[in-house]
Structures are given as C-alpha cells and as structure tokens.
Design a protein around this ligand. Structure first.
Ligand code: SAH
Length: 512
C-alpha cells in the first residue's frame, strides 16, 4: 500500500521511564491529537489522561510473549493508520532503545504508513539522574554503552573483554536473572572486583529500589534483595558518587502510595504536588463535573444579574466560577454583566479561579467552609440580594444561614455525576492495603467513597491506610460513616492537605 492511500499517521512516542512528569512536550502534543493510543505496561498509565478523547489499547494485556505479540501490534498500527486514524504508539523510555521500536518502524515504512518518532528519557539516563549517579564524569567515565543483558536466541554473546576495558559506565538493560553471569564475565576479563555497581528497579517512580554493591558481589546481592525486573544496572566508578549525590529517595513522601478521588481535571495539580514530594499517586475519580441540570435557570439568573437584581455573587467552589463564566459565554454575554456587584469566595482556590478572569473577591472568610463564609457575610449583607452559584447538590447550610438576614436565591451552575465502579488496579491495591493515604476533600466524596469500599478494603483503613480529611466537616462525615480519620487538614486548602500528609508521613517514617 502506498502512502497516498494511507491517510492516517503513527507517532512512535517515548513515554519516559515512569515518572509521568518526564514525558516531553512533543509527546503530550501527540497524545492530545491521537484517535488511538497503543501502550505497554512500562508506560505510566497516568499519561493516558493527556488523551481523554482517544481509544486505548494496552498490548501487554494481550498476554502473549513479546515475540508473538509484536507482529499483531504492527498489524494493528498499519490497519488503524490506513483507516485514517492518528495513532500514538507509546513505549516506555525511549522508543528506539531496546523497545523493538526500530522493527515497528520498518514495518510501517514497508507498508507506506507515514510516521514520526518522539524520543523519550531512557531508563539508564533516568536511573542515573534519580539515583545520584552522573553517567559521565570528568576523570571517572568518558563513555556509556547501553547493553542488553538479555541475549536474543542465536545471537553471539557480547564482547565482554572489550566491555571490561571500557573507560566509562556500563548500563545494562533487561536480563535481570543473568546479572550474576554478566558480573562473572566482566571479572574474568579483568574489570576489578571492587568496581561499584548499582541495580535500580522502577527508576524514577516512588517504587524505585536500589542495590548498591560491588561487581564481585552483584550476582548474590541482587538474588538476595527484594528486587526484580524492570531494572537497570550501572557499573563503574561514578556509582560511588551516589553516596553524596542521593536526592530522590530522600524526598519526604518517597515510596508512599496515595489515592485521590477528586474529579479528573481537579486531581491533577494535587497529584503533581504529591509526586514531586516522592509519592506514588493513583487517581480514582468518584465524580465528574458536567453541565447544569437546567441551563435555562442559569441563563435566567444571569439575565437578572444584568438587570441589577443582585448585590452579591457567592461562589463556593472553583467549578462554580468556571461554570458561571462558561454560561456567560454560552449566552454571548461577558463580564460586564457583573457591573458593581460584590463577589464572595469560600476560600483562596475559589478566589484564585476568579482572579483568572481578572475578578477580585471582595470577601474570603478566615475559615474556608460554609459556616465561615456565612459568618463573614452576615454582617455585610443585611437586607441585600444574593445569588449563590453552586453545584446541583451539596450542603444547604449557607443558604439557610444567609436567608435569615438577606434575600437569597441559588442556582445550580454545574452538576456532579457519580462515576460508577472501581478501576481493577485501585480495587486490588485497596484490598491489599497498599495505600498509605487517602485524602478526602469533601463530605460528598467521603460518602461516595464509603459506599463503594468492600469489607476487605475497609479493614485496612486506620491501620495501613490513613484517611485524611480536608476539613472538620469532611472529618465528621467520615466518622459518622464509621471510618477512622487520621487527621484533618489544618487549613482547608490543598496546601494544608499536603502539609498534613507530610506531617503524618514524618510521624510514622522508619527513622522517627
Ligand atoms: N525503551 C526502554 C527500554 C525497553 S527494554 C527505555 O528506553 O528505557 C525494557 C528494559 O528497560 C527493562 O528490562 C529494564 O532494564 C529497563 N527499564 C525500563 N524502565 C525502567 C525503569 N523505570 N527502571 C529500571 N529499568 C527500566
């Protein structure tokens, strides 16, 4: 088939080594454009969130050995591209380093399928960076061969004699079970027994585990350590610099697993904050944010606003702010409808959402919850006309408290819809008690969470898994549901939540 007949395209994209932050900007652009994403297990599933529009296939789940699977993968790539689809083939690390990316490209080229390649951070480079090992270093290492420890059937063994003489750092991919044999070969060919060696499993993720040893002990050390593939091994004098340059494993949430339940778009920034502190984050969105149940009511409220019917707009969430501005857009109106109206925001995040539209909140309470907002507003709004812009469900307390002193109307500017089910990976981890922390950021999420978990999951709560509430209200809801609360955030913001998780982690860290 010639390329004229094939209107689609394949992007062979490097996903990086595991930390979802290590993807390239170009890779994100491709994911955003994709109709279909085809990925392996080595690529972080979090990256798929960059392609909400795309169909996704995990080829590792097909179960067969790589050699049997490979032709089917390329067949799928060719057939999708020839249906006119934009296909992202996402591969762990760099797609052309030991990933058989070259073979996939050759098949595409033969079939006349247009393609582009996006490089990625390969495992050895990433492992060096995240373990404090500079792969090249003046006086210590002037070359870095990337070596496969796994020998394809029938291919000749590597030239161990020349590798043993290499004036640099050997980086060995795959062949975890052959590390003892590889060390023997290098020793036999004259590489000194005391040469430092470092095997790194799951580099760049919160699951990163290392064995730091010498060449002579490498085989025994990896056999005895609780370690397995995927791992890379770095061999050379630069490995000793790690003692001074270690940083990743020292991060305060290193290795801690955290489950977030916020709606997808809202979980991302919290997830990144926690990941930057070393945590492993899964996102299980319990809710999704959608259009208001009755958009006409929203438009009507905003038309009244334009006619001067309100003195105050009261925003109780970031979503409420964005949904209101979206409604104005849909009505082909703009911020001028606000005129001199005053704006109240329940907390700093909501005020920040207003600031994105160059709107300044006139009031933010000291305590970021409905009661706090009511208390701050009551003395200022006596006899005035207020419009509450809120979700289609939630607490009524603000309305009730304000109604005592002012004329209050409320309108649902967005809807929250429950997403049914539990992703299988999250369910398994909850059953095994693998999460260290589950932060819950609203009573609504707390109730849905409590309703979804099975007894086998519940038994870990309060033991291995600590529930952290964003506010005392969420904390009370959890306790009423019979769930143990390890802590409530000291300030009811995402920063407060992160600080609370940090102090819990410090309190039960192995060193404390
Ligand atoms: N294309 C990938 C390599 C694929 S071969 C890349 O550029 O990184 C698979 C091997 O890569 C694994 O057996 C292991 O040796 C290595 N590897 C991939 N990701 C890794 C990680 N996060 N930590 C350690 N080794 C990894």
């Amino acid at each position: 088939m010639s390329s004229q007949e094939c209107s689609g395209k394949v992007y062979l994209v490097g996903a990086g080594p595991g930390d979802p932050g290590l993807i390239t900007l170009r890779a994100i652009e491709c994911l955003q454009e994709a109709d279909v994403v085809i990925y392996d297990r080595l690529a972080s599933e979090r990256l798929l969130d960059w392609a909400p529009q795309a169909e996704k296939h995990c080829v590792t789940e097909w179960g067969e050995a790589h050699a049997q699977r490979a032709p089917k993968v390329t067949e799928l790539l060719v057939s999708l591209a020839c249906q006119g689809k934009t296909v992202v083939r996402l591969k762990g690390g760099d797609p052309l380093v030991f990933g058989r990316g070259g073979e996939e490209l050759l098949t595409l080229a033969e079939a006349g399928v247009p393609f582009e390649v996006v490089p990625g951070v390969t495992a050895a480079i990433a492992a060096g960076a995240y373990t404090g090992v500079p792969l090249t270093h003046r006086g210590l290492s002037s070359a870095v061969p990337l070596i496969t420890g796994h020998q394809a059937d029938g291919s000749p063994d590597l030239d161990w004699a020349s590798l043993a003489r290499f004036p640099g750092t050997l980086a060995i991919y795959m062949g975890f079970d052959r590390l003892g044999y590889i060390a023997e070969q290098l020793l036999a060919h004259g590489l000194p027994a005391e040469t430092p060696a470092l095997t790194v499993q799951w580099a760049t993720t919160g699951q990163q585990r290392c064995v730091h040893t010498t060449l002579a002990n490498l085989g025994r050390a990896v056999r005895e350590a609780p370690l397995g593939p995927p791992a890379v091994t770095l061999i050379g004098p630069v490995v000793s610099l790690r003692d001074t340059l270690l940083w990743f494993e020292r991060r305060p949430l290193f290795g801690r697993r955290i489950l977030l339940t916020r709606p997808r778009g809202q979980a991302e920034s919290l997830a990144r904050q926690l990941e930057r502190l070393g945590a492993l984050v899964d996102v299980w969105p319990l809710l999704e944010i959608g259009p208001p149940p009755q958009p006409e009511l929203v438009y009507e409220a905003l038309r009244q606003l334009r006619r001067g019917a309100f003195d105050w707009l009261v925003f109780t969430s970031v979503n409420g702010v964005h949904a209101t501005i979206r409604a104005l857009d849909e009505m082909e109106a703009d911020l001028r409808v606000l005129g001199e109206v005053k704006l109240a925001a329940i907390g700093p995040a909501t005020a920040q959402a207003l600031a994105q539209y160059h709107l300044r909140a006139d009031v933010i309470p000291g305590e970021y919850r409905s009661e706090g907002l009511a208390q701050t507003l009551v003395p200022r709004v006596r006899g005035q006309r207020l419009l509450l812009l809120r979700a289609d469900r939630g607490r009524e307390i603000l309305l009730e408290l304000l109604k005592e002193v002012a004329h209050v109307e409320q309108v649902a500017v967005y809807a929250q819809r429950e997403i049914p089910g539990i992703p299988p990976l999250v369910a398994d981890r909850l059953r095994r008690g693998e999460y260290d922390f589950v932060p819950l950021t609203s009573s609504n999420l707390a109730r849905i969470f409590a309703g979804r978990i099975e007894p086998a999951m519940r038994q870990h709560l309060g033991n291995r898994t600590q529930l952290v509430a964003l506010s005392p209200v969420t904390g009370d809801t959890l306790r009423q549901l019979g769930l143990p609360v390890a802590a409530e955030a000291t300030s009811y913001t995402m920063t407060g939540l992160v600080e609370t998780i940090l102090s819990l982690a410090r309190a039960n860290s192995p060193q404390s």
